[in-house]
Design a binder for this molecule. Sequence first.
Ligand code: PHB
Length: 175
Amino acid sequence: MLDNALMLLRAITWLPVSSPELSPLLLDWLLEENSMTKRFECHCQKVTVAPQREAYISAADIGDEGRLLPQESRYWLREVVLLGDGIPWLAARTIVPQSTLAGPEIALRELGTRPLGSYLFSSAELTRDFIEPGTLAPLWGRRSRLRLSGKPLLLTELFLPAAPLYLNLSSEGTD
Ligand code: PHB
């Protein structure tokens, strides 16, 4: 199941923020700029990270997303599932060009069960080039290109069916 969730990340269709399908409530989740782990913590007792894969991959393995990153011979791949009280809420894939791992960012290779956000949001040097919403009907996702001290990484996230994002969406517009 968790493997499948990560495969789904590659099937997301990316949408402009102005897309009429994106309600204000949905955008409020998808364009969240702070830590998603922290946001999830408001909806459960405990958020945990289940790493599925942490490994170097080649340029040929990253597919389409390569267009959004500098061309390099290898990239660090981190695939995790985030669980709220033990239930899968989010599948996430982070692709880090090897050159981004220079200096303190080498820590990105050693995260294990530590949430990525605990590293990103403790860095004074975090900037974001874009956040792009996406859908894999009926699910929602997003991808962001972030920079640490100017060095890029790409984070793609898919909100799984039990995620709190979906709790209020079904009542939207029905009054
Ligand atoms: C991660 O630890 O890789 C991670 C955590 C939370 C997210 C995305 C990725 O929202």
